[in-house]
Every structure is written in C-alpha cells, then in structure tokens.
Write a protein that binds this ligand. Structure first.
Ligand SMILES: Nc1ncnc2c1ncn2[C@@H]1O[C@H](COP(=O)(O)OP(=O)(O)OP(=O)(O)O)[C@@H](O)[C@H]1O
Ligand SMILES: [Mg+2]
Length: 241
C-alpha cells in the first residue's frame, strides 16, 4: 500500500480551448491534510475540478490509491464514478440544495441502501449534531456556517477516503471558520484525507501537513504547512507581511 492516496502528475486542464492549469503536480499523503493557496484566478478551483472530472483535462494523470484494492486512474472518469471510487468533492459555491430539508440534502449525497444510509446518517449526525437537530429545516434558511456543514455532511455520506474541498471557510464569520476548520481536523482524525483550497492561508497551512502555492495555473511553492507559514515569500504574499 502506497502512502500517497492521491497523485496529480503534470495536469493540464481548462475550459474548451482555454488552458488554466499548466502541468500542475501534487501529492496527498494518506490520511493527511493538504492545502492549496494562491491568488484569485490562479486556477485553484479549476485544478480541483480537473481532479474530480468536472473540466477538460488535456494532459497529465490523476491517480487514486485506495487503502484496499487497485490504484484507480481518475483521468477520464465522471464525478459519480470518482465518488464511487472513494472520493467526494464540495464545490466553492452552490453546495447545498436550498429548497430541500437538511435530511433530504444528506440523503441526496449518495445512492445507498436504506441500511447503509442509516449507518452513514448516524456517523454524520455524530459529527454534526446540528444537522440532526435541524433535519426538517430547509437548507436555504440556514446560516452560511450551517449550510457549509450540510455540504460537508452530504460529502461524508458516501464514506469517502478523500475529501476535496473548495474554500470551506469562504464567506464565514471568524468564529464559524474556527468551527468548520475544527470539524475538518476531526474528520481527518477519523482517517479521511483532505485536499482543500483555502483563501484563509494562515489558518489552513497551520492545520495542514503539506501546502502548495499555485500561481497563474502553475506550481510555485510547496512544503510542509508549518514551513510555508514561515517562508518569507508566503508571508509576504499571503499572510500580510
Ligand atoms: N467556466 C469557465 N469558463 C472559462 N474560464 C473560466 C471558467 N471558470 C473559470 N475560468 C477562468 O479560469 C481562471 C482560473 O479560475 P479559477 O476559478 O480556477 O481560479 P481560483 O484560483 O479558484 O480563483 P478564486 O480564488 O477567485 O476562487 C480564471 O481566469 C477564470 O476566469
Ligand atoms: Mg476558486
């Protein structure tokens, strides 16, 4: 068993004829947290979408190595096939169904047998007790932080080995950011690897085993989260001097 759960190797991705991600490579060690930071428009979301089968990939490979079973080449697979392989993804925006209740949102997370559904609901409700309390409330009437928990809970319904998260703290109040980040650490402690994009560079690097800095669609810097936090270039550009 390799200790790398996800390997992105020279990925080139974009929208039709527009290339946004240029030969980007990264690795996610098994059961680690890895953050990608970089300026607006650097291609961070596009990179995640390339991994999850949502945009055109013209070169490079994405390999997923589940804890048991064979390595899976994700390049060319559809998002539902990637989820079935053991990965789930939470997009930057529009990540809940606002007109559905909290419970319906969770149940939309996966096509599962009733028995498996109940088991997963139990796990998700244990992680996010609020989602149990608010099960009958429409997701669109929740606060931003509560909606983010619905989105994370829904992703956890498929029992993923790897979660891919696009700016889980976007738009949240500082105190709520702490709550969401603490939950991510708890999810990771339960053995789920996390690859996330974050604007909140200081907070995300501090909790990450590895960090990658992306600029204009290219790898710019990489290293241990704690090392990048002290890297003068990172401090200068992303941590406010
Ligand atoms: N659907 C699309 N069609 C064409 N170009 C797009 C599309 N989505 C994004 N782009 C372009 O791709 C580039 C990178 O966008 P992307 O959303 O990946 O950046 P990002 O690093 O996630 O930025 P942010 O920090 O603002 O979320 C931008 O120039 C953007 O205009
Ligand atoms: Mg983005």
């Amino acid at each position: 068993m390799s200790d790398i759960v996800l390997e992105v190797d020279g990925l080139v991705a974009g929208y039709g004829t527009v290339t946004v991600v240029h030969h980007v490579s990264l690795s996610v060690p098994r059961e680690s947290i890895v953050s990608i930071i970089g300026p607006n428009g650097a291609g961070k979301s596009t990179l995640l979408k390339g991994v999850y089968g949502l945009v055109d990939v013209s070169e490079g490979r994405v390999l997923f190595r589940p804890a048991t079973g064979d390595e899976v080449e994700l390049t060319g697979l559809r998002p539902d096939q990637i989820t079935a392989a053991g990965i789930n993804y939470v997009p930057q925006l529009a990540n809940v169904f606002p007109n559905l209740t909290v419970l319906e949102n969770l149940e939309m997370g996966a096509v599962l047998s009733r028995e498996t559904m109940d088991e997963r609901l139990e796990v998700v409700h244990e992680l996010f007790p609020l989602l149990d309390d608010r099960r009958q409330q429409r997701a669109g009437t929740l606060s931003g932080g509560q909606r983010q928990m619905v989105a994370l809970g829904r992703a956890m319904m498929t029992d993923p080995e790897l979660l891919i998260l696009d700016e889980p703290s976007a738009g949240l109040a500082p105190q709520v950011i702490d709550e969401v980040m603490d939950l991510l650490v708890e999810i990771n402690r339960r053995g789920v690897s996390i690859l996330m994009v974050e604007q909140n560079a200081r907070r995300s690097l501090a909790m990450s085993d590895l960090g990658y800095v992306l600029e204009t669609g290219r790898n710019r810097l990489e290293g241990e989260g704690s090392t990048l936090l002290e890297d003068p270039a990172v401090v200068d550009l992303y941590l406010g001097g």
